[in-house]
Design a protein around this ligand. Structure first.
Ligand code: HEM
Length: 378
């Protein structure tokens, strides 16, 4: 304890140190998990037998992050007056010096351009030891979890299937839904005011969907920094989200959900931390040289949500009744069946057989499934 060094030991400094050390230990474990998941994704072909392992490890990360959120409660048993007893002894020591926190941000995929600067300084300035600098550099240069997941989503089976033109069918369904939900009621409405409101809403919704349906518009928003994920990966994530009931999309869908959980938990940690900071030091400046509360408050934002595109995906979901039915071939590939379903079975499952596209064709390429992590020998 620094307070003991000057012969004025403060009881609660012990808790302060232990809490920080416990955080660093858990950060080390989280990095270990994230690194292993990244390694599994780095292969151009995702080994299907690894999917459960990936889900398990990301699930473990979410549990650790929950635990880390709760640790703040323990530190908050220290009163601001007790903290003040030893704060001066901390000198310029600060959370800014947590190398593992920065490594985690980079390995997940937080962009340099998204970071909030403090006093016009970059976060890496506090790390000067060659080993730290090298670790940071590697964490930036190596593919982040975001980039790896993006590449994997671009390979989502079903995006280039001959018998099932997902994007065209989805476009048609969106138009149909908007037509039924807003355009027709607007046309039928007799009250001019209500009619105007409905048409306005229709226009707004149409523009919103156009921003993803039109690839040029989508790419322009990526260029502006409003979106991050590639259009192909976006389509893959949407396909998985719309058809997550299909057995072989269950795990990919769970994976996307875990990535959002991680983002949510990190945001919650940032929020809990800044609340604690305000309670402990009010608006005093931080020991690391930032404005303290104000700086930290500005980091509780979407800028630090790596998988923000997945959160925003929900804007483009359409009701189940409007989701285009899968072609028979694709539906079979996404099922767990080990044999070609009989007409009787299909009829039983769907109540109809209208989208039957004939014999099971090879148009859903084996390679497409394999590279995504779904082996299709059966
Ligand atoms: C009494 C408790 C705490 C106070 C008053 C406090 C205060 C602060 C302040 C003022 C900052 C802004 C940087 C600066 O100017 O120093 C900061 C950043 C940070 N703190 Fe804490 N902190 C506390 C506990 C913790 C704990 C337990 C952790 C656990 C790891 C932690 C991790 C961090 C991290 C990682 C940052 C950098 C955040 C970023 O730049 O996005 N802090 N803290």
């Amino acid at each position: 304890m620094q307070s003991a060094v000057i012969n004025k030991p403060v009881h609660d400094e012990h808790l302060f140190i232990i809490t920080h050390q416990a955080y660093e230990l858990w950060f080390k474990q989280v990095l270990h998990e994230v690194d292993s998941v990244r390694a599994m994704f780095m292969s151009p072909v995702l080994d299907e037998t690894n999917t459960l392992l990936i889900l398990n490890r990301l699930g473990r990360v979410t549990l650790i992050l929950k635990l880390l959120g709760d640790q703040i409660d323990i530190l908050e048993t220290m009163t601001p007056l007790d903290f003040l007893e030893f704060r001066l002894q901390l000198s310029t020591a600060s959370g800014f010096q947590s190398l593992q926190f920065r490594l985690l941000e980079n390995k997940m995929g937080v962009l340099e351009s998204s970071r909030v600067k403090y006093n016009q300084q970059v976060y890496s300035k506090v790390f000067s030891q060659p080993k730290q600098v090298q670790q940071l550099q590697e964490s930036i240069e190596q593919p982040s979890l975001f980039q790896l997941v993006e590449k994997w989503l671009e390979r989502t089976p079903g995006l280039t299937t001959k018998s099932f033109n997902f994007w065209e069918l989805y476009k048609r369904s969106v138009n149909m839904w908007l037509h039924d939900m807003l355009q027709t009621p607007a046309e039928k409405e007799t009250d001019p005011k209500a009619k105007e409101i409905l048409f306005e809403e229709y226009k707004k919704q149409k523009e919103s969907f156009d921003s993803i349906l039109d690839e040029d518009k989508y790419n322009a928003s990526v260029a502006r920094g409003d979106r991050r994920i590639s259009h192909q990966a976006f389509k893959g994530a949407l396909l998985i989200s719309l058809y997550h009931d299909q057995p072989r999309f269950n795990q990919p869908s769970k994976l996307l959900s875990l990535l959002m959980d991680i983002d949510s938990l990190c945001t919650k940690w940032r929020y809990n931390h800044v609340m604690m900071v305000q309670r402990m030091i009010g608006s005093k400046v931080g020991t690391g040289g930032s404005s303290g509360y104000q700086y930290l408050r500005s980091t509780v934002s979407d800028r630090y949500k790596v998988f923000l595109d997945l959160f925003n995906m929900s804007t483009y979901l359409i009701p189940r009744d409007y989701i285009p039915p899968l072609s028979r071939t694709l539906r079979r590939r996404l099922s767990m069946l080990t044999h070609e379903p009989t007409h009787h079975e299909i009829g039983k499952a769907n109540g109809n057989d209208e989208d039957d596209d004939g014999e099971v064709s090879v148009d859903v390429a084996e390679e497409e499934f394999r590279s995504f992590g779904l082996a299709t020998e059966n």
